[in-house]
Design a protein around this ligand. Sequence first.
Ligand code: IMP
Ligand code: MG
Length: 184
Amino acid sequence: MDTEISPPWPGEIGPILLSEDQIRQRVAQLGAQISQDYAGKDLVVIGVLKGVIFFMADLLRAVTVPVTVDFLAISRYGPTEQTHGVVNLTKDLNEPLAGRHVLFVEDIIDTGFTTHYLTRTLLLREPASLNLCILLNRPRWRIIEVKPTYVGFEIPDDYVVGYGLDYKERYRNLPYIARFEPKA
Ligand code: IMP
Ligand code: MG
């Protein structure tokens, strides 16, 4: 971990957990691993909007096998803001998956509900294979077990923002990942 730096958002953005350099190095490793594992295969890479966009853009440029790219978008409904439960597809894929090798890329697994639901949805389309690639894994609040094949980083309990991850749609554009510290 880097030494703690306080960016200029007093009261909301806490210490940097993962610096730009750390992210860049890890994403390069993941890209190399994926390129090796999928050598000679026809790969479809699928991401979930919007949290995944930065990770996806960097990861894809580190992948050297031919790929096609597609996106899903979702919204979540439930009794509270941090709720889990109902996931609603607001944008479906443009391409069929039947018989293809699919790499499903997500920003973070927290409780596991979102990934579990979306993985099930993708499996119904009968891909030849389905693997999961996650930038951040936070096992602390896991409710449903999901098994990612590729994990960028394991992170501790706290909510994080940056590099695509938001708090109420803000802070996605931070180039690093920092702890979110809500104003009292
Ligand atoms: P899960 O269904 O509880 O696993 O939640 C996964 C989704 O919640 C992610 O795709 C994110 O959109 C969001 N999420 C969970 N934890 C964080 C966080 O620390 N920062 C930003 N978004 C988060
Ligand atoms: Mg979000």
